[in-house]
Design a protein around this ligand. Structure first.
Ligand code: LLP
Length: 445
């Protein structure tokens, strides 16, 4: 992903290492299955994930941070399909959730509750109740007001609540403004200066078990310096709390580790792990991280068919059957995802620029994936594939314009299966069957 206004189409450089490969005739294969075959069976558009790549990513990250004993909780919001979650849960991965719905998904995927961390700035009473009943590992609390509600629910349920306070360390994650979460004016976390008093007061409440601190500074972080700053601040706070006589057993270091693409290199895992070790490694705390994008981002693509090609101001426009409702990131964050043709690019007319603008069918101008170079002559019926959309792709999809909710497919070696069927207009209309009218119970006057 990059914000460059035009992205070069490149053949994937590290094809041999990646699950998305070019097979016979240059056609794209997901592991060992031709994408066009999946398109024939499932129809387009569809997301396609590689089970093998997910397992590999988990194993690589786990190995990188093993020396500091870090456990990994996948941020469910990045890719919430229960079949994806189950793939990770089977490897021993925990889950970071931000709603009762995500908790239901994590549990349905077979995650043991003691591997679930409940984050989020606006948990409802019902969600807190459900989480305590389920026996989650910890709740990351983001305000005094939330702490009071958690304590009240803990009293009602007679279940002592394991609490980490989410710290706002006032660190700029040096990423897109909309996914920056730990600057002073952010809605997230508790200002670092307020933590000691709050931690002390909370430690005195019998309904609460203060287990530690959490931090999450933002997403798609490529420069690792902000992690160092945030975790150093966290370490300082742990020492201060311990000096004050409080126990701090656990540190949740958050997610945010970014991924590279063919334009920008991703961060170095060894360096990431070294920063963890250097900043919080010697505190004797049980550590965890909450990566979403790093684990699933590069394990998914979105395949779409070109419906029409038209011209606008001298540039060819490919109108595809995927739209901003299927992949919101370009419309929402001006994000760019590499686009691949299924087969070699066709030559363009001599003298023309090899540039093609890709748009979806939705009736607003933001439904525009941008201009791409090097795709060659694109024709109706072609399959175009957005790469690196396994995080915040399908998870953010909607049915805007009464379009179908996009299908999801999981490939594992020689096999594939639909793991979310395309939700159709029939499904949508079903939800809109009106219920009986309600009337005011106690009309006034
Ligand atoms: N932990 C917490 C508390 C979070 O809020 C998030 C993401 C994560 C972990 C995982 O962050 P990751 O490792 O995936 O960067 N929709 C945006 C991304 C929003 C991220 C929100 N929080 C996008 O498409 O870029």
């Amino acid at each position: 992903m990059t914000d460059a206004s035009t992205l070069s189409h490149m053949n994937i450089k590290d094809m041999s290492r990646r699950w998305l490969k070019r097979g016979e005739g240059g056609r794209l294969h997901a592991e060992n299955i031709p994408l066009h075959h999946i398109a024939d069976v499932v129809g387009t558009p569809f997301y396609c994930y590689s089970a093998g790549a997910l397992r590999d990513n988990y194993a690589r990250l786990k190995a990188a941070v093993a020396a500091s004993g870090v456990s990994i909780c996948f941020a469910v919001k990045a890719c919430s399909n229960i079949n994806i979650l189950a793939e990770l849960a089977r490897q021993g991965c925990g889950m970071d959730i931000v709603s009762g719905g995500e908790m239901a998904r994590a549990l349905a995927a077979g995650t043991p509750p003691e591997r679930i961390i409940f984050s989020g700035v606006g948990k409802t009473r019902a969600e807190i109740h459900g989480a305590l009943e389920a026996g989650v590992y910890q709740l990351n609390v983001e305000s005094q007001a939330e702490l009071d509600i958690v304590a009240a629910v803990a009293r009602e349920t007679q279940i002592r609540a394991p609490i980490a306070l989410r710290v706002n360390p006032d660190v700029d994650a040096l990423t897109h403004a909309k996914i920056t979460t730990a600057k002073k004016d952010s809605k997230f976390g508790i200002a670092i200066g307020e933590i000691p008093a709050l931690y002390a007061a909370a430690s005195a409440r019998p309904e609460l078990r203060m287990v530690g601190l959490a931090v999450h500074i933002g997403s798609q972080i490529l420069d690792l310096t902000p992690f160092r700053d945030a975790w150093s601040a966290l370490a300082g706070l742990v020492r201060r709390l311990r000096d004050d006589g409080f126990s701090v057993e656990r540190l949740d270091l958050g997610g945010g580790l970014g991924i590279g693409d063919d334009i920008q290199a991703g961060p170095d895992l060894a360096e990431y792990a070294a920063i963890i070790a250097a900043t919080v490694g010697d505190l004797g705390c049980k550590l965890n991280i909450e990566p979403g994008r790093w684990l699933s981002g590069r394990t998914g693509v979105l395949a779409s068919e070109v419906l029409y090609v038209k011209q606008s101001a001298g540039t060819p426009i490919a109108v595809i059957d995927a739209a901003m409702n299927d992949l919101m990131r370009p419309a929402l964050y001006s994000a760019r995802h590499p686009v691949l043709t299924d087969g070699p690019a066709r030559a363009v007319e001599p003298g023309s620029d090899d540039v093609c603008r890709i748009v979806g069918p939705i009736c607003e101008s933001s439904d525009d994936f941008g201009k791409y170079e090097g795709l060659g002559t694109v024709l109706a019926g072609d399959l175009l594939v957005f790469d690196n959309v396994g995080a915040y792709g399908a998870a953010m999809s909607s049915t805007y314009n009464s379009r179908d909710l996009v299908a999801e497919v999981l490939v594992d070696g020689e096999r594939f299966r639909v793991v979310r069927r395309r939700a159709t207009i029939a499904d949508a209309l079903q939800l809109e069957q009106p219920e009986a009218w309600h009337s005011k119970k106690n009309p006034v006057g």
